[in-house]
Design a protein around this ligand. Structure first.
Ligand code: ZN
Length: 247
């Protein structure tokens, strides 16, 4: 058996973004290299950016918090598994408040809502970090989409179903890992709100929480071809109904 090979390895600094390709059949690991830090994740078909991660449908088909063997489904009209979760060292499960880790309930922080709620201009929101990250690939603001919040613990209150966030549980070395089912362009943002241990808005907000921000490591690994025997990259959806549109 050959050992897995490291194809690429890099660190994403605090309050920044990075985009990188992951080829079908490779495994990508996102690592909390210095401790707790929330990561906002986007993905596109490397060869067609109109096909991109569909967070809402993924949430319906699997779980509101991604776990091992959940798949990242792509948007219409493609609708196929782009990637599959294969590793999660946190394995948070569901806590007493009904919360889980690796959040699909929320979305990225962005400078528009940030200004609406705080009055401040902030240029390092995840939306903007993702935008800067994908610009070298010819993509723009409209290509940024609803995210998977890796390492983020969230839930809905039992009585009124209001969204809440808890501090990030990741410890140094914790990781979240996925297998690419198709050639992907991936992007992450190291969220400017760091490990979420200080409220962003509201009466308990405590200023700019730069001290709770940490860098994130990314590793792309090749997989022993023996382990991929019988695996095929999935095709797009086969619906041919043309939506009832008549000429
Ligand atoms: Zn963010």
């Amino acid at each position: 058996m050959k050992e897995p090979t490291v194809v690429e390895k890099f660190v994403v600094p605090v309050r920044s973004g990075k985009a990188w390709p992951v080829k079908a059949g490779q495994v990508c690991r996102i690592v909390a290299i210095e401790g707790p830090q929330v990561v906002d994740f986007n993905a596109w078909n490397l060869h067609n950016p109109r096909e991109r991660f569909w967070a809402a449908r993924t949430k319906q088909l699997h779980h509101a918090h991604m776990r091992i063997f959940d798949r990242f489904w792509s948007c219409l009209p493609y609708l196929r598994p782009m990637a599959t979760v294969v590793g999660d060292s946190i394995n948070y499960g569901t806590d007493a408040d009904g919360a889980g880790c690796h959040d699909l309930l929320g979305t990225r922080c962005d400078p528009y809502v940030h200004k609406m709620l705080s009055g401040e201009e902030l240029d390092v929101c995840c939306h903007s970090n993702l935008l800067r990250a994908i610009m070298p690939y010819g993509l723009g603001e409209s290509d940024v989409h609803d995210v998977l919040n890796v390492f983020q613990v969230t839930g809905l209150t039992a009585d009124t179903h209001q969204y809440f966030v808890k501090p990030c549980p990741a410890r140094k070395g914790d990781y979240f890992e996925f297998f690419a089912e198709i050639d992907l362009l991936c992007a992450i943002s190291t969220c400017p709100h760091g490990d979420m241990s200080i409220p962003i808005w509201g009466p308990n907000a405590a200023g700019d929480p730069i001290e709770i921000c940490r860098p994130i490591g990314v590793e792309v690994h090749g997989v022993n071809p023996d382990l991929l025997a019988g695996w095929q990259s999935p095709s797009v959806a086969t619906y041919q109904g043309l939506h009832g549109i008549r000429a």
